[in-house]
Design a protein around this ligand. Structure first.
Ligand SMILES: Nc1nc2c(c(=O)[nH]1)N[C@H]1C(S)=C(S)[C@@H](COP(=O)(O)OP(=O)(O)OC[C@H]3O[C@@H](n4cnc5c(N)ncnc54)[C@H](O)[C@@H]3O)O[C@H]1N2
Ligand code: MOO
Length: 642
C-alpha cells in the first residue's frame, strides 16, 4: 500500500510567495481581440483610446432656437430683439447639430413667438450657451480605459460612444477542475452509504466565474492512478491552470502529489493553515497545478488563497473590520486557522459570532459574512476580545442585520425567510447557544434579541425570573405569546416511552442538550418530577446544540430517545410524545424597540404568513403578543398586542 506522508509544512506566506515567484516566470496570459458587446467583465490588455470625440459635432443641449450670439447682445426687457427665421435663427431640438453661422441656443421657454417667421428675445445669449461643443465629454485620441481594467457596464457605454468596435482583453484563464474519489458521485445519483455528492468543483466553477475566469469541469475520476494520470494530462493540455480536488492527504489512495511529481514538479505539499493543511502546489509543463484538500471548507480556503488571485491577476482587495467576539475561539497553536464568523452591528459595535469550525461544514461558509484569522502559536481568543475580521460579503449592510442569539427553534429560519421576502432589507443572523447564553449575550450588548424558554420549576412561569436575575439594571422587554410543544423523540418500532422513568426501565439511551439550554432545564425538571437520578440515564452526558441534532441522533440510531420540539419531530418523521407546552419568548432591550430591524421582526412574527407556517409545521400556538417590561427589579405587563 502506497501512502504519502507529507507533514513538511510551510507557512501560508511562504507558500504564497513561492507560488507567485514560480508561476510568474512560467505562466502568461493570452490576449485576444473581442467585439465590444461581449467585453463586460473582461480585463483590458492595453489602454483604449477614443476613435471619435463625444459629441462628434456641436450639439444643441436644449430644445429652442439656435442664434448668432452677437445679434442678441442688446436684448433686454425694454428692448426685445426681434429675429427672423432662417437668417437670424433656426428652431432646434436637443441633440441637433449647431452649425455656422449659429453658435448659441436659447431655450424655447425664453422665446416669444411673434408670427410664423419672427421671434423675440429679452436676454442676450452668450457664445456656446446651451451648446455641447465637440469633445465636451472626451476627444478623439483620449484614453478611455487604462490596461488591466475590469470592464463595467458604464465602461461599455463609454467604449461604444468612443467608436470602439473591438478591443484587446486577456483571454479568461481556463481553469481545469478535476474532481477525484471513488466515493464521489454526481448530483442525481441515489446515495448509498459512503457516497458523497460532488459539490466542490461546482463551488469552484462559481468562484472561477466570479473572478473572471473560464471553468472547465471534467468528469469525476475514481482513485485509480492510471485514470488520474490520463485526466491530469488531458486537463493540462486543455487549460492554463489545473485544480485537482481531493486525494491531497495521506490516505492509501491519495495520488495527487505523487502524480504531479511524476508529470511535473511539486513545490509545496502541506501548509500551516487550518482548514486547508494538505494543499499541494506545483506545475506540469509550465502550467500551475494545485491539489486541493477534499473537505469543502479546506477546499474553499485553498482555492481562495492560491487560485483566485491567479485568475484575477491581482490579489483581490480585502476589507477588514474590527469586531468583538461573542464567543470564545480557542485554538491549538499548531496552525494558522480561519474561522468563519457572522458579523452584525449591535449598538454601533460590530459583533462577530463564530460558526462551526469543522473543515466539512459547508453551512459555515454559507452563513458566514466574515473570516477571522487566528495566527499560528496563538491560543485563540476569549469571548469579548476585539479582533480583526475580513468581510466576505460586502453587499450585506451590517446595519440591516438583526442579531439573535439564544435558543434554537425552526421558527427563526422562517422569520429569516419572511423578513427577506417581505421586508427585503432586514436580515436575521441567528446563533444557537441556548436560552441562558442568549440572556448573557443581551447583557454583554452582543445581540438585539434573544429567544428564550427558561422554566421556573417553582412557579411554572417562564423567563421572567432568569431575566431579573441577570439583567436587573436595564429595562428589558419580554415579548410573550409564542407557545410551543416539547416532548420525547423516539423511533417508532422500538423506543416508545411515556415518561423518563420508562427510559430507565427499558434501558434506552438518551441524547441530551447542552447546559444552559431551556430544553436541558426541562429535561432536568422531568427527572426531578419522576424521581430519576441523572446517573441512571444512559447517554445523559452526550450533549448537542439543537433540536435538529437531537432528532438526527435518534433517527440514525446513535441514541434512542431525546427531548425536543414537536415541529422538528414532524419535519424529520420521528415518533413523538408531547409532554410540555412552553413559552418561547423574545427578550429585547427596551432601547432597541424603536429600531427598524426590531419593528420588522415584530411585524413578521405577527404576520399571517408567519402564523400560516406555524400551522403547517405543527406544535406551535401563537396568542396576541404581550410586552412584559422588566427592569429596575420590577416586572409589569405594559402592553397587549400592538
Ligand atoms: N492521517 C492523516 N489523515 C488526514 C490528514 C492528515 O494530516 N493525516 N489531513 C486531514 C485533512 S486536514 C484534510 S483537509 C483531509 C484532506 O483529504 P483529501 O484531500 O485527501 O481528500 P479525500 O480524503 O479524498 O476526501 C476527504 C473528504 O472531503 C470531501 N470531499 C472530497 N471530494 C469532494 C467533492 N468533490 N465534493 C464534496 N466533498 C468532497 C468528502 O467529505 C471526503 O470524505 O484529510 C484529512 N486526513
Ligand atoms: O486542512 Mo484540513 O483542511 O484542516 O481539514
Amino acid at each position: 500500500m502506497e501512502r504519502n506522508i507529507y507533514l513538511q509544512t510551510v507557512t501560508l506566506e511562504e507558500a504564497l510567495q513561492c507560488f507567485e515567484d514560480k508561476t510568474t516566470a512560467s505562466f502568461r496570459k493570452t490576449i485576444e481581440e473581442i467585439p465590444v458587446e461581449g467585453s463586460f467583465g473582461r480585463i483590458t490588455a492595453e489602454p483604449i483610446y477614443a476613435k471619435y470625440s463625444n459629441p462628434n459635432f456641436n450639439a444643441s443641449a436644449m430644445d429652442g432656437i439656435a442664434v448668432i450670439s452677437k445679434t442678441t447682445r442688446m436684448a433686454d426687457e425694454r428692448n426685445p430683439v426681434r429675429l427672423t427665421k432662417d437668417t437670424e435663427f433656426v428652431f432646434v431640438d436637443t441633440g441637433d447639430v449647431i452649425c455656422e453661422p449659429y453658435d448659441s441656443v436659447i431655450m424655447i421657454e425664453d422665446v416669444r413667438i411673434i408670427d410664423e417667421t419672427h421671434v423675440e428675445i429679452i436676454t442676450p445669449s452668450h457664445p456656446w450657451q446651451h451648446v455641447r461643443m465637440i469633445g465636451e465629454d472626451f476627444v478623439v485620441g483620449e484614453m478611455l480605459l487604462t490596461r488591466n481594467h475590469k470592464i463595467t457596464a458604464v465602461d461599455l457605454g463609454a467604449l461604444v460612444s468612443g467608436g470602439i468596435e473591438k478591443l484587446k482583453v486577456y483571454a479568461p484563464l481556463r481553469v481545469g477542475l478535476i474532481p477525484t474519489g471513488t466515493e464521489i458521485v454526481e448530483i442525481g445519483t441515489k446515495l448509498k452509504s459512503g457516497d458523497i455528492l460532488e459539490s466542490n468543483t461546482r463551488m469552484f466553477a462559481g468562484l472561477v466565474l466570479e473572478s473572471g475566469g473560464m471553468p472547465i469541469r471534467y468528469p469525476i475520476v475514481s482513485d485509480d492512478k492510471e485514470l488520474l494520470r490520463q485526466a491530469l494530462q488531458k486537463a493540462v493540455k486543455e487549460n492554463d491552470f489545473v485544480v485537482i480536488n481531493a486525494g491531497s492527504s495521506a490516505g492509501s489512495e491519495d495520488y495527487t502529489a505523487s502524480l504531479i511529481k511524476e508529470l511535473g514538479e511539486v513545490w509545496i505539499h502541506g501548509i500551516d493553515i487550518k482548514p486547508g493543511k494538505p494543499a499541494i502546489l506545483g506545475a506540469i509543463e509550465g502550467k500551475p497545478v494545485v491539489g486541493i484538500p477534499g473537505y469543502p471548507v479546506s477546499a474553499y480556503m485553498t482555492f481562495k488563497h492560491f487560485v483566485i488571485p491567479m485568475i484575477e491577476g491581482i490579489k483581490p482587495p480585502q476589507k477588514w473590520m474590527e469586531a468583538t467576539l461573542s464567543q470564545a475561539v480557542p485554538s491549538s497553536l499548531k496552525h494558522k486557522e480561519f474561522v468563519r464568523v457572522q458579523l452584525g452591528n449591535v449598538d454601533g459595535k460590530v459583533i462577530a459570532t463564530p460558526l462551526k469550525r469543522g473543515a466539512a461544514s459547508t453551512m459555515s461558509l454559507v452563513k458566514a459574512n466574515g473570516i477571522l484569522t487566528i495566527e499560528k502559536e496563538s491560543e485563540g481568543f476569549i469571548s469579548g476580545s476585539k479582533v480583526m475580521v475580513e468581510q466576505t460579503r460586502k453587499h450585506l449592510e451590517l446595519e440591516k442585520a438583526l442579531v439573535s442569539i439564544g435558543s434554537h427553534d425552526l421558527i427563526m429560519d422562517w422569520v429569516a425567510d419572511l423578513l427577506l421576502g417581505e421586508k427585503k432589507e432586514t436580515y436575521l443572523l441567528s446563533a444557537h447557544v441556548g436560552s441562558l447564553g442568549g440572556i448573557l449575550a443581551i447583557k454583554r450588548g452582543e445581540a438585539h434579541v434573544a429567544p428564550i424558554h427558561l422554566l421556573d420549576e417553582n412557579t411554572g412561569e417562564y423567563n421572567v425570573k432568569e431575566v431579573l436575575r441577570y439583567l436587573s439594571g436595564e429595562e428589558m422587554i419580554l415579548i410573550k405569546g409564542m407557545k410551543r410543544w416539547q416532548g420525547f423523540y423516539m423511533r417508532k418500532e422500538d423506543t416508545m416511552i411515556d415518561s423518563i422513568r420508562d427510559l430507565v426501565q427499558k434501558n434506552l439511551s438518551f441524547i441530551n442538550r447542552q447546559k444552559g439550554s431551556g430544553t436541558r432545564l426541562l429535561t432536568d425538571y422531568f427527572l426531578k418530577k419522576d424521581l430519576v437520578n441523572k446517573d441512571q440515564i444512559k447517554g445523559y452526558e452526550t450533549e448537542v446544540l439543537t433540536h435538529t441534532a437531537v432528532a438526527q441522533a435518534v433517527l440514525s440510531g446513535n441514541a434512542d430517545v431525546g427531548v425536543g420540539i414537536e415541529s422538528v419531530a414532524r419535519q424529520m418523521g420521528l415518533s413523538y410524545k408531547a409532554v410540555a407546552k412552553e413559552d418561547y419568548d423574545f427578550l429585547i432591550p427596551k432601547r432597541f424597540m424603536e429600531m427598524t430591524i426590531i419593528k420588522d421582526f415584530i411585524d413578521t412574527i405577527q404576520s399571517e404568513a408567519f402564523k400560516q407556517r406555524l400551522v403547517e409545521a405543527g406544535g406551535y400556538e401563537i396568542e396576541p403578543l404581550q410586552y412584559v417590561s422588566i427592569g429596575g427589579n420590577s416586572c409589569k405587563i405594559t402592553l397587549e398586542g400592538r
